[in-house]
Write a protein that binds this ligand. Structure first.
Ligand code: NAD
Ligand code: UFG
Length: 338
């Protein structure tokens, strides 16, 4: 099959392209590289050993999207492209609503014109908001506490409305928990611009010597060690979930919402310990006050992914940290220790 991957140069998109191509599928990437680097395309090609069809375009450019669909018969779309920083979304709400909603509207318009109505969308556990009990299940009410989260809630609603209006649409809304890790080759991984906002990229930069210490946001949560608990999921497991989801939308119509998480919670201090083990030294850290908007505990009920997609996460936190460190050593050119 031929899959259009929007945001295919990004962290999750690049790993998914590798797996799609390794499974024999053709991939067409549309990315404007606003949060990724063109070198990633070369790295995907290096891992897979064949070329990618790349369009360096903004998704909000309808004429460019029409060209993509005119030049390729696309069987299904995986829609990763979007802006994803929570703090930035609070500072720049217009940019977030405009990019995330606008690009989805234009994409769907181009899909409709090309009669391609199968899409897998990158949603997020953030749509469970602050009031649901863990583990989070797909049927729980959704809400948001920041503009980024609202864009996910709104796009979920928009896509659900599309398929309600036209039953030919086939839509899978994947709610990711905390994607981390890197490709085992060390060629692909998470490489944010500026100061990392998320825990694992920040810890990687401390391990690589780029930053002096990890700042632990709060050790007074109602959790066993007082630090926040999340459901970390290896990006290659997540990529495998997309292969199953794309197969699912080819075979079923309607809208399906599916969590992609492990069902296991890990605290910040447990991550610190696992990462210290991976990089071979204790990492310096400092306890700071809670980060506004953070919840204490977030983890998935992964049962629906198991029953509907036959998908289950396989890699543990130790593997996530060692693959992250392997990528960070490459990326930041860390000299091997004597
Ligand atoms: P990423 O920033 O690495 O990748 C997104 C890609 O989309 C980038 O390559 C960027 O250049 C591209 N892009 C953004 N806007 C575009 C536009 N208008 N036109 C063309 N390209 C555009 O992010 P990621 O971590 O790979 O996340 C992928 C998706 O998953 C996002 O929608 C994100 O919100 C969602 N998600 C991510 C996480 C996470 O923690 N990484 C968690 C839950 C959900
Ligand atoms: N944390 C620290 N120090 C840091 C960064 C994070 O202690 O420097 C803590 C946070 O307080 C939290 C945990 O580490 O307890 C995880 O934080 P992240 O920022 O890595 O991840 P979040 O759970 O806050 O959010 C991520 C994505 C969101 C997405 C959400 C659910 O950033 O976009 O997972 O999928 F919505």
């Amino acid at each position: 099959m031929k899959v259009l991957v929007t945001g295919g140069a990004g962290f999750i998109g690049s790993h998914t392209c590798v797996q799609l191509m390794s499974a024999g599928h053709e991939v067409v990437i549309v990315d404007n590289f606003c949060n990724s680097k063109p070198e990633t395309i070369g790295n995907i090609e290096k891992i897979v050993g064949r070329p990618v069809h790349l369009y360096r375009n903004d998704l909000r450019d309808l004429e460019a999207m029409r060209r993509v669909f005119a030049e390729h018969h696309i069987d299904a779309v995986i829609h990763f492209a979007g802006l994803k920083s929570v703090p930035e979304s609070i500072q720049k709400p217009l940019a977030y609503y405009e990019n995330n909603l606008g690009s989805t509207f234009v994409l769907c318009q181009a899909m409709l014109e090309a009669d391609c109505k199968r899409i897998v969308f990158s949603s997020s556990a953030t749509v469970y908001g602050n009031d649901n009990p863990v583990p989070f299940k797909e049927g729980m009410p959704t809400s948001a506490i920041n503009p980024y989260g609202y864009t996910k809630v709104m796009i979920e609603q928009f896509l659900t409305d599309l398929s309600a209006a036209d039953p030919a649409w086939s839509i899978c809304l994947l709610r990711y928990f905390n994607p981390v890790g890197a490709h085992p080759s060390g060629l692909l991984g998470e490489d944010p611009n500026g100061i990392p906002n998320n825990l694992l990229p920040y810890v990687s930069q401390v391990a690589a010597g780029l930053r002096s210490e990890v700042i632990v946001y709060g050790n007074d949560y109602d959790t066993p060690d007082g630090t926040g608990i999340r459901d970390y999921v290896h990006v290659t497991d997540l990529a495998r979930g997309h292969l199953a989801a794309v197969q699912y939308v080819l075979e079923h119509n309607g809208t399906e919402i599916i969590n992609l998480g492990t069902g296991q919670g890990t605290s910040v201090m447990e991550i610190m310990e696992a990462y210290s083990h991976a990089c071979g030294r204790a990492l310096p850290y400092r306890i700071a006050s809670r980060r506004p908007g953070d919840i204490a505990v977030c983890y998935a009920d992964p049962e629906k992914a198991r029953s509907i997609l036959g998908w289950e996460a396989q890699k543990d936190v130790g593997q996530m940290c060692s693959d992250s460190w392997n990528f960070a050593k490459n990326r930041y050119e860390v000299a091997p220790s004597s």
